[in-house]
Design a protein around this ligand. Structure first.
Ligand code: G1P
Length: 295
């Protein structure tokens, strides 16, 4: 079984739900506590043993590439001022040279198309895919747990969670079959089905381990839900040839694609930080008593 060494991060989205902020800041660079959203997702990939990070970007996303580069002036200045703790944070997060790649999705044709844009950089090996809208909180990362399922069963592994059965039309939904390890066999997939057509309420929550055969399928996949080239449609075709397992993630997931999910993520990650937790709790309690809804 081939090892999963590379991860793809589709970061080309326009982030319209975060306007006006995303007029000049990519949504992946919005800050949860003190680091950008994309850092959490890259950290999860690193923890799972990923060695090479592939970003599928778009116009006006250059700042993501800059973020993962060394800021020599900043590092020198911190060293001169003796701010070694700040410098250590930067050094610990710095990807080694040659372990990041960037390519552009030239038109917003959907997630399936974004993944296909990474085909040359991934090559003929299995890869992880992490959707940066979703950030996850757990002692052991979601992708690291999925890797264990992959190592014992091979094939393709998708993270899943349960959603409100009335909200299946927001997500890719999978059918649930017999248990495999601490997951289950997937019996089919459909993108954004109406509740009456959904095979279950298990939705695709944004982490995937995929075999490279998906690329040739995506090349031929037509437009689906939302008139976009859907990854779920491509996976449903691959499903006819290969096994798919679902891994139900047992931690907390935050959909940072929406302001409410983003705020929830900020609170949850602040509460995780022993150095600021008590102050944050005090502030929330006081604000709840004194701030009234406006207008
Ligand atoms: C995408 C995927 C969908 C998945 C979702 C998770 O949808 O197409 O299958 O459930 O991400 O956030 P999007 O949110 O881009 O509409």
């Amino acid at each position: 079984m081939k090892r999963v060494r590379k991860a793809v991060f589709p970061v080309a989205g326009l982030g319209t739900r975060f306007l006006p902020a995303t007029k000049s800041i990519p949504k992946e660079m919005l800050t949860v506590v003190d680091r950008p959203i994309i850092q959490y997702v890259v950290d999860e990939a690193r923890e799972a043993g990923i060695e090479h990070m592939i970003f599928v970007t778009g116009r006006s996303k250059e700042v993501i590439e800059d973020y993962f580069d060394i800021q020599m002036e900043l590092s020198t200045s911190l060293a001169e001022k003796g701010k070694t703790d700040r410098l250590k944070i930067l050094n610990d997060l710095q990807p080694p040279p040659g372990t990041t790649s960037f390519t552009r999705q030239q038109a917003p044709l959907g997630l399936g198309h974004a993944v296909w844009c990474a085909r040359e950089l991934v090559g003929n090996e299995p890869f992880a895919l992490l959707l940066p809208d979703m950030i996850m909180q757990a002692e052991k990362g979601c992708l690291a747990s999925m890797m264990e399922l992959y190592q014992s069963n091979g094939g393709n592994v998708l993270s899943v969670e349960e959603c409100d059965p009335n909200e299946t039309d927001k997500y890719g939904i999978v059918g649930k079959g017999e248990p495999i390890g601490d997951g289950f066999r997937i019996t089919g997939m459909v993108e954004k089905p109406a509740p009456k057509d959904a095979p279950s309420n298990f939705y695709l929550s944004g982490r995937y381990i995929l075999q490279p055969e998906i690329f040739e399928i995506l090349e031929k996949t037509g437009r689906g839900a939302g008139d976009e080239i859907q990854l779920t449609d491509g996976m449903q075709t691959l499903f006819k040839q290969q096994q798919f397992a679902g891994y139900p993630f047992r931690g907390r997931t935050f959909d940072c694609g929406s302001p409410e999910g983003f705020i929830e993520a900020n609170i949850a990650f602040a509460l995780w930080r022993a150095d600021i937790r008590d102050k944050v709790i005090d502030d929330i309690e006081r604000l709840m008593e004194t701030v009234e809804p406006r207008g």
